[in-house]
Design a protein around this ligand. Structure first.
Ligand SMILES: C[S@@+](CC[C@H](N)C(=O)[O-])C[C@H]1O[C@@H](n2cnc3c(N)ncnc32)[C@H](O)[C@@H]1O
Length: 292
């Protein structure tokens, strides 16, 4: 289709990465086809209405609105999630954090079945800064025995997260709480796992990010304070008393923050078990437990 070529050239000029792929995804969405379906309909001529709608989407993408906002959804761990400007668009690397989390929870479940841990207490996880709900929902989905508490300071984000949980039928096992940090955790709350992808971009760096991120992801989801470590500092100081014995904290962090985060946690009497790299071989995830 000629329209794909012309639209891709337009997006390329606007500095959009992988322009042809972007056009194909938008067009496939509009026609209700899988992307490969476009090639089976290569000679199909778009109706005037389809052409107008596609142009509108291409214009938005050319203005550097994220593809996921235009489509209204994204995929996370195979789950389709609604996204809008109230939530961070979940990133592919965060899927690794989700996987680390559900592997830990499922191993704990096995321990309970083998009598290594008390079978009376339910497996629980806390998702700090849930945004679209991606981590909480993936954990509940992959660990059907788990009870998850998901906190966010943004009421608009919680609306999106709750809708996503309903969509995947895990809403009865996730408690969504509006609040600032761990202050929002119900009294006496103790968790096997605290997971989080807190805001971790140093404030001054936000202006240097791609327009898709700096103008469309909520600032509240990005800004980690002067050095990007404000939330990790708070979690290192406060999260310990919300963990059950044997529990873990698993956090995503920003480029080049690994040494500082490790130090922060060690200073607060955590044992750093692992720092794991993402798909690009960049250190990205911290796993720590309390010195018991
Ligand atoms: C980087 S986003 C992560 C969203 C989602 N967990 C993900 O991985 O895509 C960070 C989230 O933390 C939330 N947040 C920021 N400050 C917070 C605070 N003081 N207490 C709780 N959540 C907060 C933001 O609203 C945002 O949804």
């Amino acid at each position: 289709m000629d329209v794909i070529k012309r639209s891709a050239e337009f997006l390329d000029k606007k500095g959009v990465e992988s322009p042809r792929l972007q056009v194909e995804l938008l067009l496939a969405h509009q026609l209700g086809l899988p992307r490969m379906g476009l090639y089976l309909n290569f000679e199909r001529v778009l109706t005037p209405k389809e052409l107008v709608d596609l142009r509108e989407m291409i214009k938005r993408r050319g203005a550097r609105e994220p593809l996921q906002h235009i489509l209204g959804t994204t995929s996370f761990c195979g789950l389709e999630l609604a996204v809008n400007s109230a939530v961070l668009v979940p990133r592919p690397e965060t899927e690794m954090l989700a996987e680390m989390g559900w592997n830990f929870l499922n191993a704990e479940l096995l321990n309970a079945e083998c009598g290594v841990r008390s079978a009376e207490s339910r497996i629980t996880a806390l998702d700090f800064g849930t945004g679209s709900g991606c981590l909480a929902i993936a954990l509940a989905w992959k660990c059907p025995a788990a009870w998850v508490v998901a906190i966010d300071v943004s009421p608009e984000a919680l609306v999106v997260a709750q809708r996503n949980a309903v969509r995947h039928q895990v809403n009865s096992r996730i408690e969504f709480i509006l609040g600032d940090g761990l202050k929002a955790v119900p009294a006496g709350g103790r968790f096997d796992l605290i997971v989080g992808n807190p805001p971790y971009i140093p404030s001054a760096e936000i202006a240097t990010l791609d327009p898709e991120v700096r103008e469309h992801d909520p600032r509240l989801a990005l800004d980690g304070g002067a050095d990007g470590l404000d939330f990790c500092r708070r979690l290192a100081a406060e999260a310990g008393c919300f963990l059950r014995p044997g529990g873990r904290i698993m956090l995503e962090f920003g480029d080049g923050q690994e040494a500082a985060i490790e130090k922060l946690f060690q200073e607060q009497k955590w044992i750093v078990e692992a720092v794991k790299a993402d798909y690009n071989a960049k250190p990205r995830f911290l796993t720590a437990r309390r010195d018991e």
